[in-house]
Write a protein that binds this ligand. Structure first.
Ligand code: SF4
Ligand code: SF4
Length: 505
């Protein structure tokens, strides 16, 4: 196919770099005409009146969210699976940091088109084993109970100081053993969650994951092999990922309650149509499903976002998935927040992230030093005598967390407007989305953010279904929009029957 037939500049940029041949099928998937950048609102959105709530939840509804959180402890990014009251209690009990992320390596076997971390097979930064060891010791001393190992692809982790890598994942599992041993020596237990793109999981690695009872957050964006290959820029990637999933299932992931896997799906205009069928497969495998609506971040370009998904798409998709879960999987949830199952991000409540360049930050994607110093609390390489313990108990971190806690929005994300917010069940959704994206109040469309400090000072997740709810209340949502999105999803699905899911809008 000729490059010039693709519609957006951004797609053309990628194709120059793409290693995946653009067949007519792939071309169609890349240009689904999901949204034509036409306004979603018929007149400008107004702030809610005093006392008016976007989400007015009953005590039973609040309890239902809390119970669902408690059900799958510490899966989902940012300890989002944990009910926040538990974390607040831990802080009050003198544990200032409950979870710690190690971005072990920037190296990766894939080159995802939307990678926020700039990872690739050519990236070389990594956290040396001896640094991980000393920080883990401090973490055990101050009561950290969850480690989240990320990359890049953690299984590609290697530190020359540990000698030659004799088999895939060898150095990664040395880190796992080190964490486990450090805690055992103190009579404590550490939980480990690993982000993984699943393509490198052979039988041996699956068995090791099961042996250490490692919680997994694996990649899975689409069931279209060509599209998945294109997204990670590698021919044959989908096949490898499916093999990895098979290996996980063989050792009990999805069945054994101790072996949890949450599939993380990036949700953009190209993966939207296939999301219900992907969801069915993920749930049939016994895995949990986390869907991440894409925004202006990393390689996710302007064109992608503007031609892409907006709050109504998130609302309609989640409304449908909740009905799918009810019908086929006996799971009950009412969608409100921007995360599936109303999970949310707790990272800024009690977590810290250490990047492969040594920066200690508020989260994996928080604006970095090149933009602001506000979200970087130190560097384990360049700060002489860096101490996790000192940072954990510092005024700097305490003040930052207060600033974050006070950083409500004005339209939807505030305690007097949203009952999830008022009950600590959502603190403005994903802070990174507020930093890099925002809603245009005139059109309802997502646009690039103007102030990265919105991350902590003014959080209003632009992809929360609450915006659609507010627009509906004010009678300004484009007529027929929600129905059209619902019908489209069912028409594109090969697994769902339109008769089972009548149009609720
Ligand atoms: S993102 Fe905002 S409006 Fe949506 S559930 Fe969270 S706090 Fe409420
Ligand atoms: S703020 Fe967003 S990007 Fe950062 S940890 Fe939370 S969900 Fe992830």
């Amino acid at each position: 196919m000729a490059l010039e037939t693709l519609t957006t500049t951004n797609e053309q940029d990628r194709i120059v770099k793409s290693k995946v041949p653009i067949t007519p099928t792939l071309e169609k998937l890349l240009n689904p005409n999901l949204h034509k950048k036409e306004p979603i609102f018929t007149s400008p959105l107004k702030k809610p009146k005093e006392g008016e709530k976007v989400y007015d939840l009953s005590p039973e509804q609040i309890k239902a969210i809390q119970e669902l959180r408690g059900a799958v402890v510490d899966l989902h990014p940012g300890m989002g699976g944990v009910v926040p009251s538990k974390l607040i209690q831990m802080i009050e009990d003198g544990i200032p940091v409950t979870s710690l992320d190690f971005m072990m390596t920037k190296g990766c076997n894939f080159e995802c088109t939307w990678c926020y971390a700039g990872s690739s097979p050519f990236a070389t930064e990594f956290l040396p084993f001896n640094k991980l060891e000393s920080i883990t010791q401090e973490a055990a001393d101050i009561g950290v109970s969850l480690f989240i190992l990320t990359g890049g692809e953690p299984l590609t982790y290697k530190d020359p100081a540990l000698g030659k890598v004799n088999h895939r994942g060898e150095h990664f599992f040395k880190v796992v053993e080190m964490i486990k041993n450090t805690y055992e020596r103190q009579g404590k237990e550490a939980k480990i969650l690993t982000f993984d793109d699943v393509a490198l999981i052979n039988e041996r690695i699956a068995e090791q994951f099961a042996h250490y009872k490692i919680g997994l957050c694996t990649k899975g964006d689409t069931l279209h092999p060509e599209l998945q290959d294109y997204k990670v820029n590698q021919v044959g990637a989908f096949k490898k990922m499916e093999k990895g999933n098979e290996n996980l299932i063989k050792v009990g992931y999805g069945k054994n309650p101790d072996l949890r896997n949450v599939v993380n799906s990036v949700f953009d205009h190209t993966t939207f149509d296939g999301m219900p069928d992907l969801h069915m497969l993920v749930k049939e495998r016994g895995f949990d499903h986390s869907i991440v609506p894409i925004h202006f971040c990393g390689n996710a370009g302007d064109e992608d976002q503007e031609a892409g998904i907006h709050s109504p798409h998130v609302k309609v998709l989640y409304d449908l998935l909740s009905k799918v879960d009810e019908k086929y999987f006996d799971e009950h949830w009412e969608p409100w927040s921007a995360f599936t199952y109303n999970k949310t991000c707790n990272r800024n409540l009690s977590g810290l992230h250490i990047r492969a360049n040594g920066d200690v930050t508020s989260c994996s994607e928080s604006p970095g030093r090149d933009e602001t110093d506000r979200y970087t609390f130190g560097n384990i390489f360049t700060d002489e005598n860096f101490s996790l313990e000192e940072l954990a108990f510092s005024n700097r971190l305490a003040n930052y967390r207060t600033e974050f806690a006070e950083g409500s929005g004005t339209y939807v994300c505030a305690p007097d407007i949203c009952d999830l917010n008022a009950n600590d069940l959502c603190r403005g959704g994903c802070a990174v989305r507020s930093a890099y994206s925002g809603i245009n109040y005139e059109t309802g469309l997502i646009e690039e953010g103007t102030d990265v400090h919105n991350y902590s000072t003014h959080r209003e997740d632009p992809l929360c279904p609450a915006w659609t709810k507010l627009a509906l209340t004010q009678g300004i949502l484009k007529e027929g929009l929600l129905s059209a999105i619902h019908e489209r999803l069912l028409e594109k699905s090969e697994k769902l029957d339109i008769k089972d899911f009548p149009n609720p809008y």
